[in-house]
Design a protein around this ligand. Structure first.
Ligand code: RFL
Ligand code: PHB
Length: 405
């Protein structure tokens, strides 16, 4: 039997964007239905981002979903850039008026938001892929349940928060949007391992064999990445090879941090790309997060951008339902895209400064090292990096002020 649901905002996808949007809307009394293709267990265990900008952590706290993050998240006051076998620290609070970032896994944010959603009793449908979206004047979507039956959700608005490979963007006629993209000729091989972090803070490494990054999820679990080919075959990377490559790029035998092999919990390859869809809206369909844009992970920005989008969208929907004024909804795409392009710029800057490019000549490589030397020795340059890393100021806060009070 097929069912029909009616709501104010139908949300496609239960990633950080969809879940946070539902959470913010609930706080201002707007109803939503979340429809997610995967199981709850799957979305709660998908290991991805790990760094929350200052404003993202603040938003989680201010809206009542930051309690576990406050207890278990690790507040980081800086990062190290490592090149020519030396590490130089960028001190965030010193350069940004006291701001920090919080290391707290994306899947933990997702777990906290799902718990908050379930506590409200509002609908969240797992294992229900959305198969069609009608973005017309009377928007609706169709999803298929686990038994294969199709159902309809009718709504005032649809939020496409279904990631880069979702269906929402596909529902927009191609002549109504412009897509910008850039693919990098490399990817990241990421591991999660049971070994204490090699350092208190993240280390971004420029090495002649390629980029490396050491991050963490807790005081006993490390998350580390190695630059690899875009189509890298994981079978060529037994654990031993990963550990010795990390030791080599970190300079463990040359005074660098000591990487100690531990139990490998997960391995995966992520291709790198930059992508923007402009505008992020078609009629009553609004795209948010990875559905609208992708950044290479070097700036640790993807999840933060997703949260920044839905903050703007929730505020615009709140204004619309309060006064019938669509001005903020009309400005949504433009408001978000300003931040998106600045974030593309920063992610591109970090990526270019830290990776090996096949086409680089020895001249290009020297310029790259000079960039690192500059950013770690000029307070002005370091301030720019720090300001972007902790997160540029969030857009207008008119609606949010009410949420906080
Ligand atoms: P998501 O998380 O991809 O969620 C989309 C959800 O939509 C569902 N879906 C559908 N549901 C219903 N019907 C359909 N037809 C559907 N199609 C898809 C999916 O199952 C999924 O649950 O998108 P969202 O919410 O926009 O969030 C974006 C972030 O996930 C992403 O930007 C970050 O993970 C990027 N990222 C990082 N971001 C940071 O802010 N800081 C970091 O440190 C950081 N590190 C990273 C990263 C991404 C990485 N990978 C794996 C791409 C490190 C890595 C390695
Ligand atoms: C992570 O911990 O997964 C992480 C940290 C910083 C990045 C990217 C990923 O730039």
């Amino acid at each position: 039997m097929s069912a029909e649901l009616r709501t104010q905002v139908a949300i496609v996808g239960a990633g950080p964007a969809g879940l946070m949007l539902a959470h913010l809307l609930h706080r201002c009394g707007i109803e939503s239905v979340i429809v997610e293709s995967r199981s709850r267990d799957y979305v709660e265990s998908r290991v991805r981002a790990g760094v929350l900008e200052h404003g993202t952590a603040e938003l989680l706290n201010d809206t009542g979903v930051g309690e576990r993050m406050l207890r278990e998240g690790l507040v980081h006051r800086g990062i190290a850039l490592r090149f020519n076998d030396r590490s130089v620290r960028i001190d965030f609070p010193d350069l940004t008026d006291g701001k920090t970032v919080t290391v707290y896994g994306q899947q933990e944010v997702v777990k906290d938001l799902i718990a908050a959603r379930l506590a409200t009793g509002a609908p969240i449908l797992f294992e229900c892929p959305v198969v069609a979206i009608d973005a017309g004047d009377q928007p609706s979507l169709r999803y298929r349940d686990a038994a294969g039956a199709e159902h309809v959700v009718r709504a005032d608005f649809i939020a496409g928060c279904d990631g880069f490979h979702g269906v929402a963007r596909e529902a927009i006629p191609s002549d109504a949007i412009t897509l910008y993209d850039h693919t990098f000729p490399f990817g990241w091989l990421g591991i999660l391992a049971e070994t204490p972090p090699v350092s208190e803070e993240l280390i971004y490494v420029n090495h002649e064999r390629g980029f490396a990054l050491v991050s963490m999820r807790s005081r006993t679990i490390s998350r580390m990445y190695l630059q690899c080919r875009n189509d890298e075959d994981l079978a060529l990377w037994p654990d031993d090879r990963i550990w010795s490559e990390l030791r080599e790029r970190l300079g463990s035998d040359r005074g660098g941090p000591d990487v100690r092999p531990g139990k490998m919990l997960q391995k995966g390859v992520t291709p790198m790309r930059s992508f923007v869809c402009d505008p992020m809206r078609y009629g009553r369909l609004f795209l948010a997060g990875d559905a609208a844009h992708i950044v290479p992970p070097t700036g640790a920005k993807g999840m933060n951008l997703a949260i920044a989008d839905v903050r703007v969208l929730a505020e615009a929907l709140e204004a619309y339902y309060e006064s019938g004024d669509p001005a903020l909804l009309d400005a949504y795409s433009q408001t978000c895209l300003r931040r998106v392009w600045k974030t593309q710029r920063f992610s591109m800057y970090m990526t270019r400064m830290l990776h090996r490019f096949d086409e680089h000549t020895p001249f290009d490589h020297r310029v790259q090292l000079a960039e690192l030397d500059y950013v770690t020795s000029s307070r002005t340059a370091a301030t720019s990096l720090a300001e972007n890393y902790v997160g540029l100021p969030l857009e207008s806060t008119a609606g949010l002020r009410k949420v906080r009070s």
